[in-house]
Write a protein that binds this ligand. Sequence first.
Ligand SMILES: [Zn+2]
Ligand SMILES: [Zn+2]
Length: 307
Amino acid sequence: MNFEIFVLGTGGMMPLPGRFLTSAMVRREGDLFLFDCGEGTQISLKMLALKWKKISAIFITHMHADHVTGLPGMLMLSSQVERDEPLHIYGPPRLKEYIDQTRRILDMYINYEIVVHTVSEGRVLETPEYTIEAFKLDHTKPCFGYTLREKMRPGIFFPEKALALGVPQGPLWAKLQSGTPVEGEGGKLIHPHEVMGESRSGRGFSFVTDTLYSPKIAHHVKGVDLLLCEGMFEDALLESALEKKHMTATQAAQIALDGEVEKMGLIHYSPRYNDWELKRLLKEAQEIFPKSFLARDGMVFNIPLKD
Ligand SMILES: [Zn+2]
Ligand SMILES: [Zn+2]
């Protein structure tokens, strides 16, 4: 089962050549989840040559232009394919107003239903296989981070154990694998744990951008395979970061360390840094969390199941 993360953009404030505004897409099975949509996101999506017009859901962190001005174009382009299912868009207050007003003023042609969900802290989406959680960040406007987490999967099934306990191959095996006890030889009740290994963990991805540092963030990104985290400034500009309610690369690394994530990619770079200068941010981050890297536009991460 695939779980891929595409880095669509890594810039903060304004798009630059080679650096679109911060955005990411997750492809899991047939679903596409888009995180933030600044100016130019539809172009970076096109560059990846994904079949992206059928986005399953969009998650918006906050109502600043560099995170939402790409939405109208994205919604219009999504009308170029037939879709029966509605498009769900999750985000802070005023997102619905922004979408409704833009649609009205621009007379946008949209051939599908758009459902806007105003999020508050907690689970915003849940299926039998995964959850998406929103958590509050501390920015100059209401802002949320998101974590997509697969649920635990059942352990490995051992057919020889089932046979030894007198459960023949067939529908009873499926029952055991779905967690239901069945009758074995002589009517004895056989429990799933007798024929299956330990539950297996799923995969996770977190998207955190535009916030002051808070130790609480680490809790929400706990153990994910990939954290994309704002690291807008180097340490020398900490004052500036505090004033604008942003983070330094060092602070992002602290979240990654405390959250025990697998790896952390910095995003939402200040446009003051050219690509070469970003190495300074990386160096600072790696001193705290060695598995930090500079996320770059167009990067793709394929997260395999661990077992
Ligand atoms: Zn921003
Ligand atoms: Zn912002």
